[in-house]
Design a protein around this ligand. Structure first.
Ligand SMILES: Nc1ncnc2c1ncn2[C@@H]1O[C@H](COP(=O)(O)OP(=O)(O)OP(=O)(O)O)[C@@H](O)[C@H]1O
Length: 261
């Protein structure tokens, strides 16, 4: 069974159908990317899947259970986490503290138990610390645990954000432009990390503008244009699809005519 399935998802802003009747699914270990020209509806689709926007139509299912419009923390408890285009890292905290913060969404303990330092709360924080160190090792940041996050390179910050999103026994990981702002070396490190996470059985949904990266790491690509799914398939099939070529060439032609005028 698919870990994530999106069935006929749609939303409109005013009269504009930003996403219209989009369906696809992501299986364990699979990397699925959503691409499309600017304004195609990628971010809006992501926001509906991750509980930021309530869809007007359609369903989101996690392992067969309907979770349409569930708040992000409820999705996280069911195994779905996301990263954001803009880094959500606490720059003044250490790398380890940032990774630990990823564990707090799952915790059910009371604030009073934490304030009083009760045994259950001490155990939880020991577990979170051990889990966070494991995650840092997984993303190649074990040696940076005690550094202030603000001192990390941009690529390392992006990997820290992925580590934090993995803290919750994540089964479905949504990555919003994980390589944005990264140089070629950092992008390659993120490539490897995403492939490694997928190989561990996590279902990955990716929105990314770096087309080379998308073509390199995706098993399956969904193409949106004006809110509608115009194509899907493996990278080679999508790259030679005439509708996809026309959608991208159309945007370039528009940009060129704006540049001329
Ligand atoms: N909150 C909103 N209110 C009104 N219109 C919106 C809102 N969010 C997005 N839109 C519109 O919906 C359409 C899809 O936008 P969206 O940001 O999802 O596209 P995108 O594919 O992510 O674009 P980009 O590649 O530029 O990030 C656009 O026409 C956009 O102007």
């Amino acid at each position: 069974m698919s870990l994530l399935s999106v069935e006929g998802l749609g939303i409109a802003f005013g009269g504009l159908r930003a996403v219209d009747d989009v369906s696809f699914s992501v299986n364990p270990g699979e990397i699925v990317s959503v691409i499309g020209p600017n304004g195609a509806g990628k971010t809006t689709l992501f926001n509906m899947i991750s509980g930021v926007y309530m869809p007007k139509s359609g369903k989101v299912k996690l392992s067969g259970e309907e979770v349409t419009g569930f708040a992000p923390h409820l999705l996280a408890r069911r195994g779905m986490s996301r990263t954001f285009q803009n880094l959500q890292i606490f720059q003044n905290m250490t790398v380890l503290e940032n990774a630990i913060s990823g564990f707090h969404l799952r915790e059910k303990g009371s604030v009073f138990a934490d304030l009083l330092g009760l045994p259950a709360s001490r155990r939880r924080s020991r577990d979170a610390q051990a889990g966070a160190r494991e995650l840092l090792a997984r993303v190649g940041l074990a040696n940076a645990a005690e550094l202030e996050a603000g001192n990390l390179s941009y690529g390392a910050l992006k990997r820290l954000e992925i580590a934090r999103a993995l803290a919750l026994d994540t089964k479905v990981l949504l990555l919003d432009e994980p390589a944005a702002g990264c140089n070629a070396v950092e992008t390659e490190e993120i490539d490897h990390l995403i492939a490694e996470v997928a190989a561990s059985g996590v279902a990955i949904l990716l929105v990314e503008h770096d087309m080379k990266m998308v073509m390199r790491i995706s098993n399956h690509i969904v193409v949106l244009d004006h809110g509608v799914k115009i194509a899907e398939g493996d990278p080679a099939a999508v790259a030679r699809n005439p509708d996809v070529i026309a959608a991208y060439l159309g945007t370039q032609a528009q940009e060129a005519s704006h540049a001329d005028s």
